[in-house]
Design a protein. Structure first.
Length: 364
């Protein structure tokens, strides 16, 4: 005799078959197909509806009974967000997945197909930096890559990325990516050996914001204020939050409050909101900082100049003056505001794309 779990599994499987075959089913359909009393069929339909496994398509009307449909166990999309930002002839593709394993899979196969793509993966977020152009890549079953970016270009205010894939990635391309936040449209074509599609997203502006010296020894924390800033800016329309970074700076700084760390946040915005983001960020940090020496630095674009990167490394091992920080900011085209905190704010931007396990460890 079947237990409750086994009966649930078998009845739900039958309901899915009825949905696929007929589009919907009634209590009588289930009773006849399962060979069970009508009352038992009704009880299981009510139970599975309450669990969210079924949906009621039509209510009873006259002699017409209620009609039900099974809800697929497969999520509508494994892709939460897909958006792109442009810096010169380079494009950043940000893809947030429901699963870190899916993000890792795509990172591995994209890198295998095109070694020129720079990839940063942070949990469920996959970030790819690629130069505009067309790329020749072969996809297939292992040892070939299952998915590859074969082209990326700009058309007006949109970015088009062309993807070729097989197997599971092809299923994602045809049925899931179009439902992700940030995607304008997906056009796909099935070839004999693979599926190819073009994904259209808006050409956004990438912004990196560094902050430092917002706390006192007995009050506040720069990392917490950075997270609050990212949350605040994310509520503004036309913004796509990316992430938060912490970097440890020179540990022998005499005036440090505690661990001497700085923070940076990254986001992409529609071009017309870039100036609004800058003003909102400065106002927010000025209002919420508990230190008079707070500083903020704001960079447009995701490419980190070598001068800025070397500055960030130097801030981890030696003393830097405000004059040096402002000079570096001017040469790199970075906006700064505030007091001594601009030193660490600028370093936070310079180190934003370095491995996390490296920059959160003090450099002795």
């Amino acid at each position: 005799m079947q237990g409750v779990i086994e009966r649930r599994r078998s009845y739900l499987k039958l309901m899915r078959k009825l949905t696929l075959r007929k589009g919907s089913f009634t209590v009588d359909d289930l009773a006849q197909s399962a060979g069970i009393p009508r009352s038992t069929a009704r009880d299981w339909i009510v139970r599975l509806s309450d669990e969210g496994c079924l949906t009621v398509l039509t209510q009873p009307h006259g002699r017409a009974p209620s009609r039900y449909a099974a809800v697929s166990a497969i999520p509508r999309t494994a892709c939460r967000r897909i958006f792109t930002a442009v810096d010169g002839d380079m494009v950043e593709i940000v893809h947030e997945c429901l699963s870190s394993a899916c993000a890792a899979f795509c990172a591995r196969h994209h890198a295998k197909a095109n070694p020129d793509i720079r990839i940063i993966r942070q949990g469920t977020i996959l970030r790819e930096f690629v130069r505009m152009g067309l790329y020749e890549s072969t996809v297939g079953l292992w040892p070939e890559s299952a998915v590859a970016v074969t082209g990326i270009w700009q058309e007006g205010d949109e970015i088009v990325q062309r993807i070729r894939s097989v197997g599971g990635p092809a299923f994602s391309l045809t049925g899931m990516m179009g439902r992700a936040e940030g995607v304008i449209n997906v056009d796909t074509v099935r070839h004999e050996q693979a599926t190819e599609g073009c994904i259209r997203t808006q050409a956004l502006v990438h912004i990196i914001i560094g902050i430092d010296n917002t706390d006192r020894f007995e009050e506040g924390a720069t990392f917490a204020l950075a997270i609050a800033l990212l949350d605040y800016l994310s509520e503004l329309s036309g913004t796509f939050p990316i992430g938060h970074h912490i970097a440890m700076l020179w540990q022998d700084l005499p005036e440090k409050t505690a661990g001497n760390s700085c923070s940076a946040i990254e986001l992409a915005v529609v071009p017309e909101k870039a100036d609004l983001i800058r003003k909102a960020a400065v106002r927010f940090i000025g209002d919420e900082s508990v230190s008079d020496g707070w500083g903020i630095a704001i960079k447009t674009g995701f490419l980190i100049p070598d001068l800025l990167y070397q500055y960030g490394l130097r801030a981890r091992t030696s003393l830097i003056t405000c004059q040096e920080a402002r000079q570096c900011a001017r040469e790199c085209g970075i906006y700064t505001y505030g007091g001594g905190g601009i030193i660490g704010s600028l370093a936070a931007i310079g180190l934003a794309h370095e491995p996390e396990d490296l920059i959160i460890t003090p450099d002795f």
